[in-house]
Design a protein around this ligand. Structure first.
Ligand code: NAD
Length: 360
C-alpha cells in the first residue's frame, strides 16, 4: 500500500495532510509513504523531518499515482486526471462546492473520502476533523480578538490602579465556542455564553462561565446534536436579550452555525452601534455568511470604534497545530480502511464511518 501526501495548491491553505508523527504511524501500518517535495514547508515540517520519519520525498506526479492520496483541500482537475483508477483520495473535499471536481473523480473511478462527513459517533472521534480544527479556531479567535482589544483581559490590582477584567461573550457553544470560553477564562476574562441548545448550559457552567438563556427558550437541537433554525418569536427574544447585554460586553466571539444553511445573523447593526467603542467582535462564522450584519471576510471592519473581524481560514495562523491534528485524524481514518489481517485496503461499506464519508 502506497500512501502519498500532496502539497496544497490553494494560496489560502497552509496546512498539510501529514506530520512526521503520522508518517511513522503510516509506516507502522505497513504503508510506503511518499511526500511531495516541499509539502510541509508552510506547516513547519521540512522535507528532512519527513525523511527522518521514514517517508520518501518525490514529485507530484508520483504522489498522484499512489493507492491512497492524502490532501487537505480538493486537488485540481489536472491532478485528478493524472490519478490512477481506484485511487482513494482523502481530504476535506467539500462536495457541495466542488461539484465539477466530483464529476471528474467519479468519471476517473477515484474513491473520494470527505473527512468533514465523518459521522460524529464515539468510534470516529479520533477522525473528527470538524472537532480538531474547530477547537483550534475557537482558541485562536480569542487570541486574535485580544490582540485587537486595547485593554488587558485579566483583572489586575496594581499600585497605579485597578484594571477590570474584560467581559467576553461567546455566541454559539459547539466545539469552537467551548474552546473560546476556556481560552478567554484562562486569559482572566469574565465570560458568558449563549446557545439555542439547552444542553450547552451545563457545559458552559462547567467551564466557569455564565450561561445566558433566551427567555422562553425551546430546545432547538436535532437528533444529531446540531442546532435547528430558530422561530421568528425566538429570534425577537434573542435580539432583545443581546441588545441589552452587548452594550456591556468588550469582546464577542461568534461561532453560531446551522449545518447546510447560511450562518444566522445574530448581531444586528443596531446592536453594534450600541456597543462600546474599542469593543471587538471575532466572527468565526464569517465564511458561512457571518453572525453579524457587518462581517466582511478577511477584513477588519470598524464601526463607531467597534472592530469586527473574520477570516476565510483562521487555521492558517496555527498551521503546525492544525496540520498535526488533521494528520492524526487522517491517519486514523486510513487505518480504519486497512484490513490488518489480510494486509490490504478494504472499502467496507458496512462500516458506517466509511459509508458516510465516501461521496459517489
Ligand atoms: N464525536 C462526537 O460525539 C462529537 C464531536 C464533536 C461535536 N459533537 C457535537 O456536535 C454538535 C455540534 O457541534 P459543532 O461544534 O459542530 O457545532 P456547529 O459548528 O454546527 O455550531 C456551533 C454552535 O452554534 C449554535 N447555534 C446555532 N444557531 C444559533 C443561534 N441562532 N444562536 C445561538 N447559537 C446558535 C449551535 O447550537 C452550536 O452549538 C454538538 O452537539 C457537539 O457536542 C459530537
Amino acid at each position: 500500500m502506497q500512501v502519498s501526501i500532496i502539497k496544497e495548491i490553494s494560496s489560502r491553505e497552509q496546512r498539510v495532510a501529514a506530520s512526521p508523527e503520522s508518517v511513522k504511524l503510516l509506516l507502522r501500518l505497513g504503508a510506503d509513504v511518499l511526500i511531495e517535495e516541499g509539502a510541509g514547508v508552510l506547516s513547519g515540517f521540512i522535507d528532512e523531518s519527513f525523511q527522518s520519519a521514514g517517508a520518501k520525498i518525490v514529485n507530484r506526479l508520483e504522489c498522484l499515482k499512489a493507492n491512497i492520496c492524502l490532501c487537505v483541500q480538493m486537488p485540481s482537475k489536472e491532478d485528478i486526471d493524472k490519478m490512477n483508477d481506484n485511487t482513494i483520495l482523502v481530504g476535506i473535499l467539500n462536495p457541495y462546492e466542488n461539484k465539477n471536481s466530483f464529476n471528474d473523480l467519479i468519471h476517473n473511478k477515484i474513491t473520494a473520502c470527505c473527512m468533514e462527513l465523518i459521522p460524529r459517533i464515539s468510534r470516529a472521534q479520533s477522525m473528527d476533523v470538524l472537532s480538531s480544527q474547530a477547537n483550534l479556531s475557537g482558541y485562536r479567535s480569542v487570541i486574535d480578538a485580544a490582540e485587537q482589544f486595547g485593554k488587558a483581559f485579566p483583572m489586575m490590582m496594581t499600585a497605579a490602579g485597578r484594571v477590570n477584567p474584560a467581559k467576553v461573550m461567546v455566541l454559539g457553544v459547539g466545539v469552537a465556542g467551548l474552546q473560546a470560553i476556556a481560552t478567554a477564562k484562562r486569559l482572566g476574562a469574565a465570560v458568558s455564553a449563549t446557545d439555542v441548545r439547552i444542553a450547552t448550559k451545563e457545559q458552559v457552567e462547567s467551564l466557569g462561565a455564565k450561561f445566558l438563556m433566551v427567555d422562553g427558550s425551546e430546545n432547538l437541537e436535532t437528533e444529531g446534536g446540531y442546532a435547528k433554525e430558530t422561530s421568528e418569536e425566538f429570534k425577537i427574544k434573542q435580539e432583545e436579550l443581546l441588545s441589552e447585554t452587548l452594550k456591556k460586553i468588550d469582546v464577542v466571539i461568534c461561532t453560531a452555525l446551522i449545518p447546510g444553511k447560511k450562518a444566522p445573523v445574530i448581531v444586528k447593526e443596531q446592536m453594534i452601534n450600541n456597543m462600546k467603542p474599542g469593543s471587538v467582535i471575532y466572527d468565526l462564522a464569517a465564511i458561512q455568511g457571518g453572525n453579524t450584519a457587518l462581517t466582511e471576510v478577511d477584513k477588519l471592519v470598524i464601526k463607531n470604534g467597534v472592530k469586527i473581524m473574520g477570516e476565510a481560514n483562521i487555521l492558517n495562523k496555527l498551521p503546525v497545530s492544525a496540520s498535526s491534528l488533521y494528520a492524526k485524524n487522517v491517519f486514523n481514518f486510513v487505518s480504519n480502511l486497512y484490513d490488518k489481517e489480510n494486509k490490504k485496503i478494504n472499502i467496507n461499506l458496512e462500516d458506517e464511518i466509511i459509508l458516510k464519508t465516501i461521496v459517489k
